[in-house]
Design a binder for this molecule. Structure first.
Ligand SMILES: [Mg+2]
Length: 98
């Protein structure tokens, strides 16, 4: 089985609600591990937790119904546009000062 096939198999076993809860759990574990890393503690466990987050993100993405995917896509586009706008405003500010 490829990694993608394994993710699909596990996602179908879990179902969307369980996958969403597990994603939240793994995000919390990653956040805790990354904070430990930034404090000079831990032994790189944040990479393992990041792998868990990425797996759960893939599961959730596979399980989302079309309506939810469309809504998320709209949110992503809106957020990306806003972020690009902020970067450009910052660049413009630096350009005017310099
Ligand atoms: Mg974990």
């Amino acid at each position: 089985m490829t990694a993608e096939e394994k993710i699909r198999y596990i996602a179908e076993h879990n179902g969307l609600e369980k996958a969403l809860d597990k994603l939240a759990e793994e995000c919390a574990e990653y956040a805790a591990a990354r904070i430990k890393h930034n404090l000079g503690e831990g032994n790189g466990e944040y990479l393992e937790e990041l792998a868990d987050v990425i797996i759960m993100r893939a599961e959730v993405q596979q399980l989302m119904p079309k309506e939810m995917k469309d809504q998320i896509s709209e949110e992503i586009n809106r957020k990306l546009d806003r972020q690009i706008e902020r970067i450009r405003e910052k660049e413009e500010h630096v350009y005017k000062r310099g």
